[in-house]
Write a protein that binds this ligand. Structure first.
Ligand code: SF4
Length: 716
């Protein structure tokens, strides 16, 4: 059997010689470090960070150094698995697997219509693969709904940027970390979550003020010059309060605001209600500290604002992200070195997903609802515009509720593990069990979701296939195939091609013959968009340039600097060229603290050696040794004492939805009234509540009322 995608099974592709170094972007986080895989006799033996890549400058975090280890895990999915009449998964051939896939899903669609089968994708596969998945599913199979696990981490930033700037456009380059004189980090534990970016902060020669807004005294907060340990989810009030004081003190860049923005006067009027007394009362920080922060921002000549999941995973997250954007706009801190309103992305290819997954956006950052966009995409792809849905997909949570309501009966999950990672996990487990047919395409058979599947399609992992990722600073970088996938596992690209052929729509994708051929299609799709990268000549260009940031149009207007930012000309992507001030009255979370559940559960990254559900990082003994060996909950000394809890004893953490056992980690790094549990634990999402930001539909993982107590006999 020869797999589509440009190479046969069991061979390193011809472009790599058996003993050479292959330079490729890391497959874990969005930082997008480059790693050099060293091959001996055609087999990768180790990795080192690339010394001259503009992202990581010779550095890598523990995950990068261990990136090859997960490929050798014993629980790799090798043959396809199909659940039999007795409920057991048993090995089948690819032909049988593809037959089951097409027959079961076609039967469901025939009986229930095009909305009855959906897909859930990922930010972990190359852009070429996710574009092919979205195109096959929507243009070939006729599905309407599909979303990605990027909904869990980045949807807020997408919506915030689109509404404020007119396009999903993180404006920065990593050099901004080194050029700022004030760095404001909101809801970001950069030291642990993005350690190489923290190294870039540490290289800043300007002795910057580093302000951290975080309810926890994280590793980053400990290293900061100012830490605003606000009450959980009082960030929106704080940000409006800072804006209020900046207006009051006349620290607004009026020329920039007048020439490049819209609705500032309405915003200033709105801010009247966010005076310092209110901010002090609601955030818990004192007036002196508030004034010091305002002074620092006002005095800064190059202030950069950064945020990540502490903002994105909230019940009013879009407006919170936009409150950060507003601060950058009103002070004119955008478009210049060392400035910006900068969302730091999560997964290695979340940015590729944002542009090319064909879920919320039509391929290339286009709009499904826009007839001209559908016509353009159809023209580039040579397909009938009628094949393209005229509306975006349901969001992830709406797909889940679609299953609950019986509207969606078939689900295809690619390279993600919702049975572990989705909010309110217990509910999701019940929901998945209602499906008529669940297909999981993954590297491993052992994930919680694969264990529930009716059909498992074995996929190659990072290092076993090629394509491109787009990192947080919009840099398109290469990944390469340096190892062969085990058994009958195939690159996701090849699986999507086989599915298209089995479904009967393969002819639509004849030009999509290899990842590099798809990259050429993606370049054409990007033409004329803010993300235009028609000037990238192909994979060899990416290799030679050390990655290329978009935009990079073919019209010769892009410069070849290795670090480029957006909005240097003050023009944004709305039709009038102006950015928008967007704001809204803060509101409480749906669930309230109460005597039964008086503590706020915070979740986040436990250590830099952990990655999300641990599907890959748990395979490395080294990475495991750098993380806690047992589940733990951080709680303040006062809260421990009030409950008679001693350090390191087993306790029960419970919410209205479930409970987990954890070791009590008594520490003053969490404020009284809050507790912290790492997000990687399999049990954490038994506690979390399914609340969503109304604009981005991103889950609110950062707020959940819980209780911590000593175990009772009935807990055993
Ligand atoms: Fe990989 Fe991210 Fe670590 Fe860099 S910081 S080595 S991209 S996991």
């Amino acid at each position: 059997m020869r797999a589509p995608g440009g190479f046969g099974l069991g061979q390193v592709p011809e472009r790599l010689r058996p003993d050479q170094t292959a330079r490729m972007v890391c497959g874990f986080c969005s930082t997008g470090c480059s790693l050099d895989a060293h091959l001996q006799d055609g087999v990768p033996v180790n990795l080192t960070p690339t010394a001259d890549y503009p992202v990581n400058l010779g550095m890598a975090c523990p995950k990068g150094w261990e990136a090859l280890t997960p490929l050798a895990a014993p629980d790799r999915a090798t043959p396809p698995l199909l659940r039999d009449a007795r409920g057991r998964l048993h090995p089948v051939s690819w032909e049988e697997a593809l037959g089951a896939f097409t027959h079961r899903f076609k039967d469901i669609l025939a009986a229930n219509g095009p909305e009855s089968v959906a897909f859930l994708s990922t930010g972990q596969i190359p852009t070429e693969e996710m574009a092919l998945l979205g195109a096959v599913a929507k243009f070939g199979m006729g599905l309407v709904h599909g979303d990605g696990n990027t909904r869990q981490c980045m949807a807020t930033s997408v919506v915030a940027y689109k509404q404020s700037f007119g396009f999903d456009a993180p404006p920065y380059t990593y050099a901004d970390f080194e050029q700022s004189d004030v760095i404001v980090l909101v809801g970001s534990n950069l030291c642990v979550a993005h350690p190489i970016l923290w190294e870039r902060v540490c290289r800043n020669p300007h002795s910057p003020e580093v302000l951290v807004v975080d309810p926890r005294t994280t590793e980053t907060a400990m290293a900061a010059t100012q830490h605003l340990a606000i009450r959980p989810k009082s960030d929106l009030v704080l940000l409006y309060g800072l804006a209020h004081l900046l207006v009051e003190r006349g620290c607004v860049d009026r020329q920039f605001v007048d020439e490049h923005t819209t609705a500032f006067d309405e915003f200033a009027a709105f801010l009247v209600d966010f005076g310092p007394d209110r901010v002090v009362a609601e955030t818990g920080i004192d007036r002196e500290q508030l004034d010091h922060v305002v002074d620092t921002i006002a005095r800064g000549e190059r202030v950069s604002f950064w945020w990540t999941m502490g903002v994105n995973q909230g019940h009013e997250s879009t407006r919170t992200a936009q409150a950060i954007i507003n601060l950058a706009l009103m002070t004119g801190n955008i478009g210049r070195p060392g400035t910006g309103a900068n969302s730091i992305t999560g997964q290695c290819n979340a940015m590729g997903s944002r542009l090319f997954s064909n879920t919320t956006n039509l391929l290339g950052g286009h709009d499904f609802a826009e007839p001209a966009h559908r016509a353009k995409v159809a023209g580039v792809l040579g397909i009938d515009p009628a094949c393209i849905p005229d509306r975006p997909s349901l969001a992830y949570d709406q797909i889940i509720e679609g299953i609950v309501g019986g509207r969606i009966k078939g689900l295809w999950v690619v390279a993600t593990n919702p049975a572990h990672s989705w909010i309110s996990q217990g509910h999701l487990h019940e929901v998945l069990d209602r499906l008529d047919f669940l297909v999981v395409q993954d590297m491993y058979t052992s994930t919680e979701t694969a264990q529930r599947a009716d059909l498992v399609l074995p996929a190659a992992g990072w290092g076993e296939k090629e394509g491109t990722f787009i990192n947080s600073e919009r840099r398109v970088g290469l990944i390469k195939r340096v190892a062969k996938a085990p058994g009958a596992a195939l690159a996701d690209f090849s699986i999507f091609k086989l599915i298209a052929d089995a479904w009967g729509c393969g002819e639509l994708f004849r030009e999509w013959e290899s990842p590099e051929a798809v990259f050429a299609i993606l370049r054409r799709l990007s033409a004329g968009q803010p993300c235009d990268f028609t000037g990238i000549r192909g994979y060899e260009h990416l290799e030679a340039a050390g990655g290329v940031q978009w935009p990079y149009p073919a019209d010769g207007t892009a410069d070849d600097a290795s670090e480029r930012r957006l909005f240097g000309d003050g023009r944004f992507f709305h039709g009038d060229g102006r950015a928008r001030f967007l704001f809204e009255t803060p509101r409480p979370s749906r669930e309230f603290l109460r005597p039964k559940f008086p503590l706020v559960l915070l979740t986040g990254r436990g250590s830099s050696s952990e990655w999300h559900t641990g599907t890959r990082t748990s395979k490395s003994a080294l990475l495991r040794s750098l993380s806690a060996s047992e589940p733990y909950v951080q709680l303040a000394p006062a809260d421990a004492e009030a409950r008679g809890v001693s350090a390191n004893e087993w306790v029960v953490v419970e919410s209205a939805r479930g409970s987990m056992r954890a070791r009590a980690f008594v520490t003053s790094t969490v404020r009284p009234g809050a507790v912290f549990v790492p997000m990687h634990l399999a049990t954490t999402n038994q506690l979390t509540q399914a609340e969503f930001d109304p604009y981005s539909r991103q889950p609110s993982y950062k707020w959940c009322p819980v209780q911590v107590r000593r175990p009772e006999p009935w807990d055993a």
